[in-house]
Structure formats: structure tokens, C-alpha cells
Design a protein around this ligand. Sequence first.
Ligand SMILES: Nc1nc2c(ncn2[C@@H]2O[C@H](COP(=O)(O)O[C@H]3[C@@H](O)[C@H](n4cnc5c(=O)[nH]c(N)nc54)O[C@@H]3COP(=O)(O)O)[C@@H](O)[C@H]2O)c(=O)[nH]1
Length: 714
Amino acid sequence: MNTSNWLLPTPQEEAAACAATVENLENPGRADPPVRLLRHVMLPTTIALVAVVLLFVFIAGHQMYQAQVAAAWADDPASMSAEVRPGTRGQDADLISGHLLLNVAGAGAATVALMLCVMVVRVRDAEARLRRADMALRLAATAFESQDGIMVLDERGAILQVNQAFTDITGYSLHEVRRRPVEILQAAANPPDLYDTIARQLAERGRWVGDLWSQRKNGEVYPKRLSLTLVRSAPGEPRYCVGSFADITEHKQAEARIEQLAFYDPLTGLPNRRLLQDRLQQAVAASRLNGQGAALLLIDLDEFKTLNDTLGHDMGDRLLQQLATRLQGALRERDTLARLGGDEFVVVLQELSPGLHESAEQAREVGERLLSALAAPCELDGHEHHSTCSIGVAMFGAAHPVASLEELMKHADLAMYEGKAAGRNTLRFFDPAMQNAISQRTALESDLRRGLQRGELLLHYQAQVDDTGRLLGAEALVRWQHLQRGMVSPAEFIPVAEQGGLILPLGEWVLLTACRQLASWALHPLLGRLTLSVNVSARQFHQPDFVDQVVMALQRTGARADRLKLELTESVLIDDVDAVVSRMGALKACGVRFSLDDFGTGYSSLNYLKRLPLSQLKIDQSFVRHVLTDSNDAAIARTIIALAAAMGLSVIAEGVETQAQREFLKRHGCTSYQGYLFGRPMPLAAFEALAQATAQDASPAGRHSVLGARTLGA
Ligand SMILES: Nc1nc2c(ncn2[C@@H]2O[C@H](COP(=O)(O)O[C@H]3[C@@H](O)[C@H](n4cnc5c(=O)[nH]c(N)nc54)O[C@@H]3COP(=O)(O)O)[C@@H](O)[C@H]2O)c(=O)[nH]1
């Protein structure tokens, strides 16, 4: 037996202790442990006393016999031999009785010793059991005075005993609740069948645990976690019910906070993506069951990024909060409005008409209501701000089943992007033709990935000349030599590469190939002074290691940095202008130059323009195309030329196709040109041949013959 087990109460003792606890709680002042100890050791003590008396008798008898024999011996020393002699009856009888007395006394002493042993063991055993039972009682008493409220009910549910925690939680003292029904603690907020359920489970399993609402003495309703246990009498009849409970108000509040964080957007308080997913799942299932129509509206604010960048994120947050309230106000109670993050909101419309046509009409009405709700001006720090948004709508429901939530979201997303492309502040419905376009785009993307790996990409070179027609260099333009489709235009595959992220490896390849070319031209006396312009997409430029990529490409190939010109579009500037300036500055310090492509078609913030370490502005071909026929285009072209001059930048016009366009631009101060007039983008060999030929023409012997005159035969 190990000591710890020996110290712990046995199950029987525990049960006895429990019953005793209840009895003590119900009838304080009944038999206490010391009294029962006395009872328990009474019998062994009595036996021990008798044994001591017997021992005493034996010792006294033995003493007497000893004295008798000694006296007889002293009187007649020969009497010892007479002890065994026949015929000496009187003396024999004395001796035999002396022997008998001795034997009886000896047996008595042994019995007494044995009994003493038994008694000691019994007493120790009784003490140990008593100690264990006492410990169980103390444990029960300690548990009773725990942090949890405890109440003991009789078999009819009347309160018999409560602890201090009960009083602290409920506000009722023992005196106030003793003999009163437990129903005084019940709250009306609980489901009506809860108490029947509890009673049934107690009867069946002897135990019930759960959360429920309860009422304090002051009427306050609070949530509690209650555990009820039935205590049965020996024949198995329910005798008591012990309930322990805790006030879980704080726990419930923490749960609510966690749920709020997990399922709601902290900025607007609207359901977040996770909760939307859940609601959408329910909406899809419900519409399948009830046959009604439903719609998913994806809302994306137009130009939100610009507002964030110009007015700051705090303003952006406030705008989102105001718009969320407006959107909510334009919807019905049963519709779900969620924020996906950033400037994207989603609306789920349910219980629309079953027919696709009617339900689409209803969705359109709601969408238009949302558009006008957002179009009203918002007040931001004393300024009026006008927002617009693009909404993509995807229908679902019995008349329009969808394969998955992902597909549904994708449909709404496609429609929304269609809307944006169509000019913003628009509502677009998804239609299957869009899906077709997407499938083709996906196929093109995986083809392009393979093409990049298989080396199907190559660079073409388009000449850039000065105002005399002298070749300055080229723009490197990527081409894709597809095995089946032939030459694929970058106008087709660059946007696909941008969307799927392939633009990053593609851009890196273009940069490295262009640098290799520059290094190779540097070895050639007629080509060594040529520059090469390389298009850099916004996504590529914003890679954290973009500067390293360029520096590495220059180092690996040995190209001169001042021969490399990076063409950035205005879209690069939409993101963090400080980072753009510092990145450009780092590369400019290495000697790399920058040209701002498509100038005038995009963001064109003069404020940003003055901060950028540019060396050139490029007039977009859309202005050049109609420069002779559209006075606005002519004015824009002239302004860009003047602006470049004022800022000390060079200017290049692209898309120059006619001599008249060239003349006009030259008259207004344009210094360099690119366009079909001087040469289409061409393969490397053709470009090098052209470059060498014009370099010879430009030699003192043939200075009159320059590019442009040669290509056009002018
Ligand atoms: N990120 C990268 N983008 C690239 C790269 N290579 C090309 N592109 C971009 O693809 C778009 C289409 O390019 P492309 O079909 O090559 O068209 C270029 C020229 O061919 C065309 N051009 C030039 N002169 C004329 C002209 O006189 N008339 C006319 N109709 N078109 C002309 O213009 C395109 C050059 O545009 P730009 O880059 O803006 O100077 C195009 O957007 C390319 O930028 C690449 O490697 N990376």
C-alpha cells in the first residue's frame, strides 16, 4: 500500500463524508469525529484493560507460587524430591495447583499480549480511517466555501444550504433563501423548455451542466454556468441536489469581443470576409431550397487610393466609415453588407423574385440606389469629397445556379472590372461572355509562362532619333514568337502578364537582355553610343529589390548605366511617391536615366513631377496622332514640350507617322522622335543594319542623309 493512497479516502469513506457533509450542513452540531473515535476504540480498550488485569493476576499468582516453593524448600530441602514422589498428596496438590496456576497464567499472558497487538493494530487502523474521513470532510468543507456559488437543494428543489460565494453572486443570504424554492433564481430570458430538459437529464443521468440566465436579488439578469448533481440515498432515492455555479458575465463579454474581432471589420463594424463567406453559404443554400432569386454585388470605390495618398489614411478611414453607413442605409434589414478590406464592399441580396429577369431588375434597382447613395458628397475635415464606385453584380439562386462561392465572387469581380474599364460610376452584370474571355486569358497566361521558360520571347528595337533624324538609340519592345499562333502582340500578353504576376520574371528577362545588348553594342564603333529604353511596369518597379535587379543586370553584363533609359508610366507614381523618388534617386546616382512614358494620359500631378529625378518626358502617341487636326491634342503636345523645357528635361514624341506631324512638333521645340516615320519595331539584325548604315551616312561624307529621309525615301 503506498502512503498517499493510504492517506486518501476510499470511495466508501468519500461517500460517507459527502453524506456527512450534507447532514452537517443541514443539521449543524450533530456527532463530531472525536466522539465517534471514542466509540470506535471503546471495545479494544476494554479488552486491553481485561488483559492487563489478567497479566497482573498471573504475575501475582506466580509470585505467590514462587514464595510457597521457596518456603517449602527452606523448611524441608528434601521436599523438592518429594515433588515427584508418590504418596505425598498434600504437597503434590499444592505443587500441581502451583503448576496449573503457572500454565494458566502463561496462556493468559500470551492471550493478553496477542490481544494487545490486535488492539493496537485496530486502534491505529481506526485512527487512520478516521484521519482520512476527517480529511474528506475538510476537503468537502473547503470545496463548499469555494469561489463558485454552491447551493444544496432538497428533493423538491427547496434550498437547504448555500455558501458565501452564492451570497456574493446572487445577493441572497442563507437566511433569505433557506427553505425557499430554487425558482427564485430563475430568469425569464431562458428558453421555456430549459427547466424541463434539466429535470429530465437529472433524473436520467444524475447530472446536468450548462449555461443559462439567472436573476440576482436586485433583479439583474446575468449569465451563469451551472452544474447540478443529484445525491441519492442508499436505496437510490434522490435526496439532495448539489448545484455549483459561476457568474460568467465577463467570460461572455470576452467571447463577444473575440467574435467581434473574428467576424467583423474593426473600422466599419460590418461583417468581414469570414462572416460574409458564412452568410453567402446560407444564402446559396436558402435560395436553392426556396426557389427564390439572389444576387451578389461587389462594390469598389473609384480613385480611393488617390484620396488615401493625397489626404492621408485617417481621411481614407473616415470616408470608408461614412460610406459604410450610407450603404447600410440604402439596404433592407435582411440584406447583408460586408467589407472585404480596403475599399471593397459586398452586398448579398436575398428573397428576390424567382425569375432571372425580375430578380436581375430588383438587383439593378438596389445597385443604382447604392451608386447614388455613394455619389452624394461626404464631409471630410471641412472639405466636400465626391466618391463614385463601380459595382459588379452576379446573380444566383434557383434560376441561376452557381458551382461554388469562389465562382460567384469571381463573376461579381469580373463584372466590377468591366464596369471600371467602361468608365467608373457604373453597374455591370456578369455575363457568360466575360467568362469566356477569362478562360482565354487564363490559357494565354499558362502559355506565356511556358513560352518564357522555353525562350519564345525576344526583343524588337524601334529607332529613336533627334530633330535632325540622327539615330540616338532604340526602345526595346518585347515580342512573343508563339509556336502555333505566330507573333503575339505585347498589347495582348503584357496586360495578362501584369495581372497574373508573370510581368516580374518577364520584366527581369527584358532588362537583362537589353543590358546584354548594350554591352554588346559598346564593343562596336558604330553602335557603342546608342541608348536603349526599357519599359518597366509599375508592379516591377515596386518590387523591394528593383534597384538591386537593375544594378545586378548592369554588373552581370558590363553595360554602361548611362546608356540605359528606364521608361516609367504614370501608374508607377500612384503608390508612395517618397519611395518612388528614393528608388529613382538611387538608380540615377548609378547613371541610369528615366523617361516618363505616356505623359499626359494618366495621373500627371505636377506636384509629383517636380520631385522625380527624370531626364525625359515622352508625349503619348494618342496626342501625336491628331496633333494636326485636334486643337486640344496640339495644345497638350505644345504644353508638354514647354513644360519639359522649363524643367530642363528632354522631350520625345512617340507615334510620329508623318513628316507633317514631325514638322509641327519640331516647330514647337520637340527634340526627339519615335514612330513609324523612322522605323517600325524590328528584329535585332535589322535594327543593327539600319544603325550601321545611318551611322555611315552621318559621317562627314554623307551627313545630309539621315534616318527618316532614308526610311521614307524622302
Ligand atoms: N512592361 C513592358 N511593356 C512592354 C514591353 N514591350 C512592349 N510593351 C508594351 O506593350 C504595349 C504594346 O507595345 P507594341 O505593340 O510594341 O507597341 C509599341 C510600338 O510598336 C507602338 N508604336 C511605335 N510607333 C508607332 C507609330 O508610329 N504608330 C503606331 N500606331 N504605333 C507605334 O507603340 C508602342 C510603344 O509604346 P510605349 O511603350 O508606350 O512607347 C506598349 O504599351 C508597350 O509599352 C516590355 O518589354 N515591358
